[in-house]
Design a protein around this ligand. Structure first.
Ligand SMILES: Cc1cc2nc3c(=O)[nH]c(=O)nc-3n(C[C@H](O)[C@H](O)[C@H](O)COP(=O)(O)OP(=O)(O)OC[C@H]3O[C@@H](n4cnc5c(N)ncnc54)[C@H](O)[C@@H]3O)c2cc1C
Length: 354
């Protein structure tokens, strides 16, 4: 075997795993993002770091450089129910980041002993008797490598997941985000529910002078639903103007416990490739960190049945994610959502100067 472990994808999950593995392990890490610069693959994302992700940084002993922060930092989320016209403000302690700079920074933390191939596309993975053959293109040149273990950290459309579970489909949505120059008097975050356009949810955020509006829509007619959403937001003082850019990608939204897949046969899934993303908020960076941390301990301890150990050690994580499926069912039910919002629980009144 050329390598002990091949990691496919260096988003938050893969880059964290590559950083936490023992230096005596021989690791190949492939990522289609470029090492630096704004070109190449960029992950469409809200770029909000939730408290669980912040807690991971505490455990990792890693501080966030200001270069990855976005402006401004906002402490509340305005929640809109467009079907009842209810609006509530809830306190949130997200850290507002520039997602692409964040991903590039995470990659710089990977130690030099890891063989990192930037701007490199994994094309095929073939199971062999004693491991895996990985076929990839690096700087336009085709390569073959072999590894005992393969880790799919390749996100929502994971090739590793499709190889391991060709029959299994997770519920997915078309995520669309549009960027505009921010013309609102006060930058804000919002969370938008409207079952006429999606049975998931939509959002907006202010970031570095831009106003980003996005949502997760049914795969069929997703673009039309997005346009309808923007029209329905106009009476609520949302201002759009000219589109600076439009981003689209698939986002997974697990709907049952069996949607979380850990891998098998010395192949492993971490982060969104495993389905580890919150069904209620589509927050996934913290679960990418957590699953990478759990798998790193298993490899570092040279556990004899690593697939079994990983499945067992992610149980708490999977149960937490299951609770998000239940939460999502409540929040996307118009009746229950109305009850919660009407109750005013956790709502913070905004003082407007006279
Ligand atoms: C629109 C949107 C908004 C979101 N907002 C938030 C948010 O505000 N906060 C939050 O916590 N989560 C958010 N999420 C979820 C979050 O982005 C993901 O859960 C998180 O990125 C998962 O991390 P990951 O490392 O598992 O996968 P990814 O971040 O998707 O990383 C996968 C990496 O694999 C690489 N890759 C893929 N295929 C290949 C291949 N064949 N060869 C080589 N490399 C490959 C890519 O370069 C990529 O960097 C959002 C998701 C979407 C779609």
């Amino acid at each position: 075997m050329d390598y002990d472990i091949a990691i496919i994808g260096l988003g938050p999950a893969g880059a964290t795993l590559a950083r936490l593995l023992n230096p005596d392990l021989r690791i190949l890490a492939l990522d289609k993002k470029q090492e630096c610069g704004e070109d190449g693959f960029q992950k469409p994302c809200g770029g909000l770091l939730a408290t669980d992700a912040q807690r991971s940084f505490v455990r990792f002993g890693v501080n966030l450089p200001t270069s990855v922060l976005a402006d401004p930092q906002i402490f509340s989320v305005k929640t809109y129910d467009l079907q009842t016209s209810l609006i509530r403000n809830y306190q949130r302690t997200y850290v507002n980041i520039n997602r692409h700079r964040f991903d590039l920074w995470l990659k710089t933390l990977i130690p030099a002993n890891v063989d990192v191939r930037h701007d490199s596309l994994c094309r095929k993975i073939i199971r062999q008797d004693d491991g895996y053959q990985i076929q990839f293109t690096d700087e336009g040149v085709h390569h073959l490598a072999t590894a005992k273990y393969v880790v799919g950290a390749d996100g929502a459309n994971s090739m590793v997941r499709r190889m391991l579970y060709p029959e299994h489909e997770i519920r997915k949505y078309l995520s669309i985000q549009q960027w505009f120059t921010d013309k609102h008097p006060v930058p804000f975050y919002s969370c938008i529910f409207d079952n006429t356009v999606t049975d998931c949810y939509a959002w907006s955020m202010s970031k570095d002078g831009y106003f980003i509006v996005g949502g997760a829509f049914p795969m069929k007619n997703g673009n039309q639903h997005f346009e309808n959403l923007k029209t329905r937001l106009l009476p609520y003082s949302f201002t759009f103007g000219d589109v600076v850019k439009t981003e689209k990608c698939i986002v997974l939204c697990p709907s049952k416990m069996s949607d979380f897949r850990c891998g098998q046969d010395n192949a492993f899934l971490i982060g969104e490739a495993a389905g580890f993303i919150s069904a209620s908020s589509l927050e996934g960076i913290s679960y990418a960190f957590d699953s990478a941390e759990i798998l790193s301990k298993i490899f570092n301890d040279n556990v004899s049945h690593p697939n079994r150990a990983y499945h067992k050690n992610t149980l708490k994580l999977r149960l937490k994610l299951f609770s998000k499926i239940v939460k999502a069912a409540i929040l996307t039910s118009p009746f229950l959502r109305k009850l919660i919002m009407k109750s005013n629980i956790s709502h913070v009144d905004i003082i407007t100067p006279k």
